[in-house]
Structure formats: structure tokens, C-alpha cells
Design a binder for this molecule. Sequence first.
Ligand SMILES: [Cu+2]
Length: 479
Amino acid sequence: MADFDLFSRRDFMKGAGAFSAVVLAMWTGGCEACLKQIQDRPMRKNIANLSASDPIVQTYKAAVAAMKGLSSNDPRNWHNQANIHFNNCTHGNWFFLPWHRGYLLYFERICRQLTGDSKFALPYWNWTAHPAVPDVFWDTSSPLYDPNRGVTQTTQADPSWVGAPVIQNILSQTNFELFASGPPIGGQLHFATNTGMLEGNPHNNIHGWIDSSDMGSFMSPLDPVFWTHHNMLDCLWVDWNINLGNSNTNDPSWVNQQFHDFFDENGNAASITVIDTVLYPIFLYQFEPCAPNEIQSKKTKAQLQQFLKQGAPSKWQVSKHFELAQSVRAEVGKTATGSIKIEPNAFSGALESSGKTAVVLTLSEVEIPEKRDFFVRVFLGKRDVSAQTPIEDPHYAGSFAFFSDEAAMKKHQAADAAAGRPKAGFIVNITPTLRKLSQAGSLSGKALDVTLVPVPYEHRNAVGQQVILGKLDLKLASF
Ligand SMILES: [Cu+2]
């Protein structure tokens, strides 16, 4: 049987859910060869553990070289692959994870086709275990090298983005929207409007920190690191969803969304339906463990398949809501505080129980800065903080960064005169921080100070760069 022909068979079928139908037929039909094929599906491994001579690295290099050598009218050409991202990528909303999962899957298939390595599995870069860009990307004679990086081989990603406690906290979010970003606001799929914790922090920071050109832009797939970075995010989604058993949203607008942006290994147009992407990791590929303290799901394949297709509601019930509709502007070197008036003990219920209720902070109407050589740390209940305040400070609540593209924003403005410069929004679960402050008796009853601290990336000139937001919201949410 041809290697992984699920998708080529699917290509002959029309309509949503065709992938699921094919997989289900294979699964229940008792096809022994199919079962074996699924069991032995390719293993995506951590590239930081692979030597330059490892066959996976060799295939990746050969595939990138081959794509760079394809003619510019071949959609599999390296630049054309990056253009798919530039024109269609979804960010800051709940299509972020499934869109990039489909993008990676077709890229992996192109790599196989162009190298003849039919078992090739795209490696990932585990930045939690190896916070520097892995060695295989630094050989200047290799197709995996990108001269536009702003980091060096030894620069380390900041623990406030990728450290094990931060990743564990993100994986402990039981709500899909907090973990994986929320529904797009104003129908905007391209520019971040409702960014969750995985995307806003490790995802955006790794992009912005590596450089302000390739990786820091919507042409980021030009840097071969991009594919391994997104593969790590895919692995963490697998961990959250499959190993930890958290549900994706069952909102029909998510489940039924289709994307027609991709090209298969033969250069033919290919589409995905979001609900199908949730099944890819149990049928098409698997990951070496990537999460701190990873555990394996005890569900059978059939149970898993049902669980994944079912999903669960992700919308929060909001029982209390306080907001500050006033702009807050913080500049690199100068922090700024927004003070949200609250009722005394407004959140005590959420601080005592755990899991089903949370206090969620939304930072919205954020002007996406033109220059993004910095990220933002958020502290609660303390104004006197700086870029030097450690993240172990009990007032520290989280970090976020911007991932955007000036050229794409200009195009967006040109296409829609009313659109203006797009604005961004970020959601952060601040329950653990409030709990610490409340236990220490340092939560004043009448207001909550939210202090923004812009922190420049190492070796970058971020003088004068700033973050301006229009609105802060605090919600007592139950899931
Ligand atoms: Cu990305």
C-alpha cells in the first residue's frame, strides 16, 4: 500500500468531513495494512537532539534545497510556500492552530515527495528543553541557514516565554480559548484580535525575538526554523488536547471552517476542514514527547477519535465584569499602569476553587506597533516594577508579544479603506497571580492595577518603541 494515501484518496471525495469518512472506513473496516500504517505513522522528533548527519536533518536539508531550486511558477517553490503564509495565515484567533497544522502537513508531504523519503517526519524545535536556535540551523553553507536572524547560536529564549513553568501553566488552561486563542473579532482572521496564551506568549515571542525581518514577519516561513517552531506548537496542542484530554471548541463556525490555501506534494490545490485537522495526529503522524512531564492518553483510538470529533463548548459564562476603557501607553524604559475599579472581594470565589472558574484579563484595542523589538510583561497590584523585576515576583501575571507584518498591514489598509491599522487583543488567565496576592494579603479591595512593562529583546535597539492599548477588561468567567 502506498505510504499514507489517506489524503490522496480524500482528494477524490468532495465536501466537508471527507477525511473523517475515509479514516473511519479504514478504521472500522479492519484493514490490517491500514492499521499497521497508522500504528507506524512517522515520528516527529526534536531537531535539537539530532546531529547534522541524522537522516531526518539530511532529508530536511535536501527538501529545502529542492524547494529553493523549483521554478517560481511551481507552488511548492520555497518562496511560494512562504507566500501562502503571507497572504492567508490566521493569527490571534482560534483558527491559528488548525490552519498551521494543515500548512505543516502539506509542507511535510512536499518534503517527502521532493526527496523520495516517504517516511520523513518534520522535526520540531523544543525551545523549552533547548532555548537557543538549534545547531543544525547555523551552518552557513546549509540550506537551513538564514542570514537575517537577529539572534546568535548561543542566545537563549527568555524563560518567561518558554520556561517549563510557563509552558505548564499554558497547558493547564482547560478552556480552549485561553489556550488556543478565541473567536476572531470583527471577522478578522489575518491580524490578531483575540490572542490566547500559547500564541501570544511563546509563539509570538519566538518569532519576534529571532529577528525583525524573516521570522518577525508574515514571510517567516523563509527561515527553515519557522517550520520546526510551529511543529513544537502543534506538539503542545496534541499534548493539551490528546494527552491531557482538554476539548477543542465545538462551535460550528470553528468545526466547519474550510481553508483552501494549500498545495499538495504534486503542486495541486488542497483544502482542509478544521474538524479534520483534530484527527491528523492520531492517524498521520506522532510526536516524541515535547511537554514538561508528558503523560500518555489512556483512551483507545476509537474513544480518542470520538472525543476529538465531539469537542465541547468553549464560551465562558461571565458573572462579573469590570473594565477600564481608557488608553494606556507604555514605552520601552517607561512602564504604565491602568487601574481597574472592582468591587471588594469580587473574585474571591474564583480564588478559592480551581479549574471551572477563572479571572480573565483582556488587553484589547492594542495598536500593533510598527517596530516590534520588544515584548510586554504584565504585573498586577504593583506599579513599581521594571524590565529587571524577576518573573518570580508574585505580582507577575504573564507576557505577550506582537507578531505582525508591515507589508501585510499596508495591503490590508489598501484593500479596505475603512479598516485602518488593525488592532490586537490578548487574553490571560490571571487567577494564579491573584490567588498568590490574595494569600499574601496584598490585594486591595477597590481597584486592580495592571502595569505594562515593555522589555526589549537582547541586542536590539528598541528605544522609543511603545505599546498602546485602548481597553482593559477583567471578567469572572466560568467554563
Ligand atoms: Cu508563527
